[in-house]
Design a protein around this ligand. Sequence first.
Ligand code: SF4
Length: 205
Amino acid sequence: MGAPRYPLLSIARLRMGIDGAGVNTLVGGAGCPLRCRWCINKKLLDEASAEMISAEELFDRVKIDDLYFRATGGGVTFGGGEALLYAVFIRRFRALCPEEWMIRAETSLAVSPALVRTAAGAVDEFIVDCKDTDEAVYRAYTGGDGNLMWENLRLLCSLVAPERILVRVPLIPGYNTPAHQARSVDHLKKLGLTRFDLFSYVVRE
Ligand code: SF4
C-alpha cells in the first residue's frame, strides 16, 4: 500500500477562537459517509473535486505558521467532510509535526472503529458533532447509523481522556428539540464526557 493521501479542499490560516485554543490552520477535506439534511457544503461529499496531497506536501504548506502554533498552543485542525476517514494520513502527518503543535479533528464518528483507534494515537483533541443520541432523530437527519456513532464514542472515551473530547450537540431545525438536546447531554455525561458545545444549526434553504 502506498503512502496515504488527503483530499484537500481548502486551507484557512490564522484562525483564532474557532477551532480551540491558540492560532489554528483549518485543513478542509472532502468525503463524508453521512448525508445530513442541512449540510452546509455538499461539495465536501464529492472527493472528485479535491486535490490529493501527501502528508509531506501538507506539512510544507502549513509550516509557515509554526511560530504562531508554538507561541499560542494552536496547530492544525482537520475538518470536512469526515476527518477520521483519513486517520492513517493524520497519523503520518502528526509524525512530521513538532510535538508542540496541537492536532485536532472534527468528526461525526461515522467511521470504522479501526479508524477511531488509529486517530486516538495521532489526534490531540477531538471535536465530535454527535448530531443527536436519539437513534430515530439521528437516522432521519443523517441517513446514518446512530449506534455506530455511540459505540465509537464509547470506544474513544476508553482510549483518550475526556478533556481531549469536545462534543458539539446541535439543535437541528425540523429534526430535534431543546428537550432532545438536553437528553443527549445527559447521555453523554454518562460516558464521563465533560465538554459540550450546545448550539443551533442555522438553516438557509
Ligand atoms: S457530517 Fe458534516 S460533512 Fe458530513 S453530511 Fe453531515 S454536515 Fe455534511
